[in-house]
Design a protein around this ligand. Structure first.
Ligand SMILES: *[C@@H]1O[C@H](CO)[C@@H](O)[C@H](O)[C@H]1NC(C)=O
Ligand SMILES: *[C@@H]1O[C@H](CO)[C@@H](O)[C@H](O)[C@H]1NC(C)=O
Length: 176
């Protein structure tokens, strides 16, 4: 008989978890921006992407173009952008309960909402989105011509929007 086996396993698991957390909190980086995630937001993190306005022959097209945007100097947070894009941001074509499939924060203060992301936009390392949100400086808010991009989460969206037939249509779109 080896009664300590299960407790030892549990202890090992706890120790492993603790070690991981400790390693993160001892990161040498003086200020690591948080990539904010919240399952209840309806959005999941997609990555750090390039803005595309500088590319030749694209007429300044945005990485998250064709939608709408909000600029809030001094106030922008990731949550503010989620809320703005999730609401459909007053998009007349979206109808009641519509929301944009993509939400991206850029340049510390901008929020961009779109139904697609440009194929010309390149995914960069997370660390390239290195500007703090002006409304909460612990949060990553893209960078100079870089976007911290979020995409609507199908699973979360089902729960959040199940009551709305309009939203059910939007979920189907996402799954196509
Ligand atoms: C995006 O970033 C990559 C890597 O830094 C670079 O090679 C590319 O030119 C950038 N594209 C745009 C559209 O800025
Ligand atoms: C700022 O953002 C962090 C990370 O999301 C969060 O934990 C914190 O509560 C926020 N602060 C305020 C004042 O909302």
């Amino acid at each position: 008989m080896h009664p300590p086996t299960l407790p030892l396993l549990l202890l090992t698991a706890l120790t492993t978890t603790t070690t991981t957390v400790t390693a993160q909190s001892q990161s040498p980086s003086p200020k690591t921006l948080e990539i904010v995630t919240d399952p209840s937001s309806g959005y999941t993190y997609h990555g750090c992407y390039n803005e595309t306005t500088g590319l030749p022959d694209t007429a300044g097209a945005r990485a998250l173009g064709g939608g709408t945007n909000l600029v809030r100097a001094g106030d922008m947070t990731v949550e503010m952008c989620w809320e703005f894009c999730r609401s459909g941001a007053g998009d007349a074509s979206g109808g009641e309960g519509a929301r944009f499939l993509f939400a991206g924060v850029e340049y510390a203060r901008e929020c961009w909402c779109a139904q697609s992301i440009s194929s010309l936009s390149e995914k960069l390392p997370d660390s390239a989105c290195n500007l703090p949100c002006e409304g909460n400086t612990t949060q990553a808010c893209g960078g100079n011509l870089k976007l911290t991009v979020y995409i609507a989460a199908a699973a979360t969206a089902r729960v959040t929007w199940a009551a709305s037939l309009v939203a059910a249509g939007a979920v189907s779109l996402l799954l196509i």
